[in-house]
Design a protein around this ligand. Sequence first.
Ligand code: FES
Length: 107
Amino acid sequence: MTSLRIRKNEIPEGSMVEYFFPDGKPWERKPVLLVNYKNQIYALEALCTHEGFSLEDGFITDDGKIVCIWHGSIFDIKSGKVVDGPARRNLKIYKVEQKDEEVMISE
Ligand code: FES
């Protein structure tokens, strides 16, 4: 199983940080976007499903959306669903378990 363990304080409230699952060879590692929205951690596919731009370079809206700054696609943080295109495919979301200050992300 692919999993990643981090400390919650590595992702301040209102920020997005791209990590890589540690499994496999360095060039094969899959990126995952961790988002701290209202003090809750969410894990999503890290690259925009339109043309693969890094969503870490985008921004979070007050109502829980991630905006890709390349062409403006908007995704829901909690579900990964496309709210507005040009992206058509939803972002994959990963399982997040939180225990005290430790966060475990897995597929
Ligand atoms: S790459 Fe994200 S909207 Fe085009």
